[in-house]
Design a protein around this ligand. Structure first.
Ligand SMILES: Cc1cc2nc3c(=O)[nH]c(=O)nc-3n(C[C@H](O)[C@H](O)[C@H](O)COP(=O)(O)O)c2cc1C
Length: 196
C-alpha cells in the first residue's frame, strides 16, 4: 500500500473480532518497526507482552481492580467493573510500552520520542496485516496510577508510554474530520522574541 494511503486509512480499533493473534507476529512487526527507525547506542525502552489467557486475565484484573476501590464502590460499581473486566479480557494481545527516563531533559525526551516513533510505525505495519489496535494512556484510576505501575514491574527510572490493545477486526470506524494544520502554525516574527 502506498505510504500516504496507509497513513490516511489507518484507524484506531477498539472492538476486536476474537480471532487469536500470534505473539510471534506482534514481535516481528515490532522488530520491523524498530528497524525502520534506526538509532545509535543503547535502546532505552522495552515492551511487556500479555497474550496468553492467563496473562490477559492478570492484566484485566490489574486494570479493573483500582476502579473497584473500596467496599462501597465495589457495591456501587460491581456490574460496571465486571463489564470493564470482560472487555479487557476480549483483547487478544496487549503490548505495554515502557521508556527509560533520564535526569537529563534532552535524553529523557529522546527515549520517549523514539519509542513513540516506533509505536507509530508498528501501528502502520500492523494495519497492513489487517491487525488493528488502540494506543491507551488513560488517566487514573485505569492506567496512570502507582499500583498499576508496580504491577507491570515499572522501575523507578522508567515511564509508562502506552498500552497497545491489539486484535483483528471486522469493521473499521470512519475517520473524523481533522482540524486544518494551518490553525496550529505561527511564523515567528522579530516582535515575537520579546524584550529580553
Ligand atoms: C499517545 C496516544 C494516547 C492515546 N490514548 C488513548 C486512550 O487512553 N484511550 C483511547 O480510547 N484512545 C486513545 N488513543 C487513541 C486516540 O483516541 C485516537 O488515535 C484518535 O481518536 C484518532 O483516531 P485514529 O487513530 O483512528 O486516527 C490514544 C492515541 C495516542 C496517539
Amino acid at each position: 500500500m502506498h505510504l500516504e494511503q496507509l497513513i490516511r486509512e489507518r484507524r484506531t480499533i477498539r472492538k476486536f473480532n476474537g480471532i487469536p493473534v500470534s505473539e510471534n507476529l506482534v514481535m516481528q512487526l515490532m522488530l520491523k518497526a524498530e528497524q525502520l527507525c534506526p538509532y545509535e547506542g543503547e535502546a532505552r525502552w522495552r515492551y511487556v507482552y500479555a497474550g496468553t489467557p492467563e496473562a490477559r486475565e492478570k492484566l484485566a484484573d490489574y486494570l479493573s481492580e483500582k476502579i473497584m476501590g473500596n467496599k462501597m464502590t465495589k457495591l456501587a460499581l460491581g456490574k460496571l467493573v465486571e463489564s470493564f473486566h470482560k472487555r479487557f479480557m476480549e483483547v487478544p494481545a496487549n503490548v505495554i510500552a515502557i521508556a527509560k527516563t533520564d535526569p537529563v531533559p534532552g535524553k529523557n525526551a529522546e527515549a520517549y520520542g523514539r519509542l513513540c516513533r516506533i509505536l507509530q510505525n508498528f501501528q502502520l505495519l500492523a494495519w497492513e496485516q489487517q491487525l488493528g489496535m488502540v494506543w491507551k494512556t488513560e488517566p487514573a484510576p485505569v492506567l496512570q496510577n502507582e499500583q498499576f505501575y508496580n504491577r507491570i514491574g515499572l522501575n523507578e527510572d522508567e515511564r509508562f508510554v502506552g498500552l497497545l490493545q491489539i486484535g483483528y477486526f471486522d469493521k473499521a470506524p470512519k475517520g473524523r474530520t481533522r482540524t486544518p494544520a494551518e490553525r496550529r502554525w505561527t511564523a515567528m516574527e522579530s516582535s515575537s522574541f520579546g524584550n529580553v
